[in-house]
Write a protein that binds this ligand. Sequence first.
Ligand code: AMP
Length: 485
Amino acid sequence: MTFRELGLSDEVLNAVADAGYEHPTPIQEQAIPQVLMGRDILGCAQTGTGKTASFTLPMIDILAQGRARARMPRSLILTPTRELAAQISENFEIYGKYNKLTMALLIGGENFGPQMEKLDRGVDVLIATPGRLIDHFERGGLLLTDVKILVIDEADRMLDMGFIPDVERIVSFLPKIRQTLFFSATFPPEVKRLSDSFLINPKEITVSPKVSTAETVRHFLAPTRAKDFEKRETLRRILQAEEVKNALIFCNRKRDVDIVARSLKRHGFQAAPLHGDMAQAARTETLEAFKTGDITYLVATDVAGRGIDIAGLSHVFNFDVPFHAEDYIHRIGRTGRAGAAGRAITLATRAESKYVAAIQKLIGKTIPPLENVEAPAQSEDTETDTQDAAAEADTSGRSRSRSRRRPRKAKEGTAEARPRSRSASADKPKRGSAPASKPAAARTKKADTAKDTSRRKKSGRGDEPQVGLGDHVPAFLMRDPRKSG
Ligand code: AMP
């Protein structure tokens, strides 16, 4: 099929040709004609499928007729993050280069002034994160009664980041008669409830990520014992043995993302967490540090990891085997891109073997065991295990008497923090491993500060003992109830 057969205008077709696209992707094939006909869309698709063009291309043609009035945008695209909002606006610029549409980006962390000026001039396309949009609305800078097309992108990430109440509030300001395009990679019950209430007789489109895995990725299974601290030790052994340039480490739960990142840092690895509970500023800073190489290991959930578009990762590690086999394909698709060699290593306990079997069935091959890495027979490092156990107890909010088992804090970049089970060959400084010439603490300071600040704000607990409620303040008392958008 060609783009011309989808019913797009010559202006858009020329822009698509300039972008170098030859054929529409499956979601574009299915969505574009329906959007042009004015139909609602329920798209089950992830990034990488071409979903952004599937709504931006027809929107450009629909909006080509008519003019925007001051403060009354004609279309609204809600996205969970600034990065995604910026990506969508770039798409509008590329595909709309032969049209004269006006656009505004309302995202947190930027000055209100220029955003308000743009709204005052009238915009055809408004791209916004929910929090900032509500701020503008409450300042009276905008009316949503002229919105003809609403796009909700990555609804499951909105859910993950706690934005659903904001989204519902925003949609309540919109006209009932409108066209709604709703995208999500997964449909947990809350997202399903939302799509049911926002859409009228939608065309349902499901596109799966490519089931094949790149030939350039080598997959391995690393058997591990089941206890969390044992898994972390297995992970450390592997990280030491591998030549890691930059890597994503996936966990199935947000809670484990924090624990694993903190534990790795404590052991001297340049690691940082990324998940939906982090403040936007901390997420942006962490991503930036990962892009520039200040952070080597980014520990993430599937949902947070999905938004990361960083080419050329040398490794992907699965700290947990993903529950859904498709997620495995998506996770490891982050490495081995553009012909570069990549390694995907999955830690697997005996209990996770059923998920491994499902993955092997989906990808049609057996994943071989990783050589030279044994599961730890028993802990070699009782002190750091104690620290890890304490980190776990802290994160889960469980009470623990610090006076009885107060972990001794290891300074980053010191011998104490360094991995102890390094082999002789691994003692050579290696890219990505902690004991490099430049202290890890210095290199990760910027990202650490943001993350730590966010963590302290959230949990209210730093490394200092808490005073006032014995030696433990319940986490819920210290949590900052505000969310940023
Ligand atoms: P998305 O899923 O929207 O994030 O798009 C993923 C990537 O695919 C982006 O870099 C797009 O520029 C690119 N892309 C979108 N549609 C096409 C197409 N029809 N042919 C080739 N590349 C495309």
